[in-house]
Write a protein that binds this ligand. Structure first.
Ligand SMILES: [Zn+2]
Length: 143
């Protein structure tokens, strides 16, 4: 499914997770958390543009906050919740694919492994090899 809003970097991804985990967030809060949690300096323009795009799509609603009239808070709508869930799912799949592809190579020669490969336990760790010979070569190289 093609999304109208592209989430192609960590700044946007983290903004969505903050919206998902907090009831109401302000742009200022997002910028603060990006800095403290990820060491990322985001420009306010970038964050407010992203929030404006989310709002235009109907994914978030502005909520007046009591503290100051200038700091607008935002909340996810149901549509926004669904959008964030799809994005989280997609990132989850990407991470899973990265992990799986990492496991499915011979630990010795790095060749890609398909259905039948050779598993040997070395130092209590199950390791995958393309063949017995690679397993043996790997063990020899550890000594
Ligand atoms: Zn191999």
């Amino acid at each position: 499914m093609d999304e109208n809003i592209k989430v192609q970097n960590l700044t946007k991804f983290y903004t969505l997770t903050l919206l998902k985990t907090k009831k109401t967030v302000t742009g200022y809060y997002i910028i603060k958390r990006l800095k403290s949690d990820l060491g990322k300096t985001a420009s306010p323009t970038y964050i407010y543009d992203f929030l404006a795009n989310l709002q235009a799509e109907g994914y978030i609603l502005p909520i007046p906050t009591s503290k100051s009239k200038r700091s607008k808070g935002f909340q996810l709508t149901q549509l926004g919740e669904d959008f964030v869930d799809r994005i989280l799912q997609r990132f989850g799949n990407l991470i899973e694919a990265a992990i799986v592809s990492k496991l499915q190579v011979c630990a010795s020669c790095g060749v890609k492994l398909f259905d039948n490969f050779y598993i040997e336990t070395i130092n209590d760790k199950k390791m995958n090899f393309c063949c017995k010979h690679c397993a043996k070569a790997f063990k020899n190289s550890m000594q």
